[in-house]
Design a protein around this ligand. Structure first.
Ligand code: MN
Length: 252
């Protein structure tokens, strides 16, 4: 039972943290502005429960990134249709690379030219309980887990089951039948706003995209909000390529 090192190398290799505001998540000093991410200890908040987050991400195609804290990282799936509260819905979930725990707090625009370019909001967040009898990481390896979410929008049991292995590994995310189930709710449509800021993903794109355009025209260094972003890319969020008919979401 040796403890494994967090497996976020894949996450880090895909990103240039001088060009994206996403957290580097690396050990202290590894990346420019990486504050030491005491994320492991942070997980003891919330009554000792691990966290979950669902981030809506308008990248090459719109999707929702479903992430569970486990083993010192965020185990992640990209859910093109978004989570459902209807137990009859079997929602496709494509596994993506482990993300650092700090990513649970990320909301903003990934600039054009970067992996997963596009706006991200924290669509739902909270804590969860493992409903299975093996640790979550082991359950993921085995291909089935069930968790009880305590979010602001989603509550109750959700089951994740691997339906395909190999290079096109795929899972299904299904609401379990309990008091959190409701076939009449459609929270991705009726509650589109961030639980962090109240903004929709479109509003985040408009606000932060405008900031980039304005900066590009002058020589000013002023950066409006949040001075911890790296150098800005040259392109705005305007005219992002969309719906290139490819399968599955690009970038997680
Ligand atoms: Mn994503």
């Amino acid at each position: 039972m040796a403890r494994q090192r967090p497996s976020t190398a894949d996450y880090e290799h895909k990103r240039d943290f001088r060009r994206t505001p996403e957290p580097s998540g690396g050990p202290a000093g590894a990346g420019g502005n990486a504050g030491p991410s005491r994320a492991g200890e942070r997980s003891r908040r919330g009554g000792g429960r691990p966290r979950f987050v669902i981030q809506q991400h308008d990248a090459t195609s719109m999707h929702y990134d479903f992430r569970l804290e486990a083993g010192g990282v965020l185990k992640s799936w990209a859910v093109p249709k978004g989570p459902s509260t209807n137990p009859a819905d079997k929602v496709l979930a494509m596994p993506t690379e482990d993300h650092p725990l700090d990513y649970a707090g990320f909301e903003g625009v990934i600039p054009e030219g970067n992996y997963g370019a596009g706006p991200v909001i924290i669509w739902d967040a909270g804590t969860y309980r493992n409903l299975g009898d093996v640790p979550v990481e082991e359950a993921i390896e085995r291909g089935h887990l069930s968790v009880w979410l305590e979010g602001q929008k989603l509550t109750g049991g959700y089951a994740l089951t691997r339906i395909r292995e190999g290079r096109s590994e795929a899972w299904l995310l299904v609401k379990m039948k309990d008091e959190g189930a409701d076939s009449r709710r459609h929270p991705t449509s009726t509650q589109p706003e961030s639980v962090r800021s109240g903004r929709t993903v479109e509003e985040v794109a408009a606000e932060e995209g405008r900031g980039r355009r304005a900066q590009g025209t002058g020589g000013g260094e002023g950066e409006g909000a949040g001075g911890r972003r790296g150098p800005k890319g040259t392109k705005s969020a305007r005219g992002r390529p969309r719906g290139s008919a490819g399968p599955g979401p690009q970038g997680s």
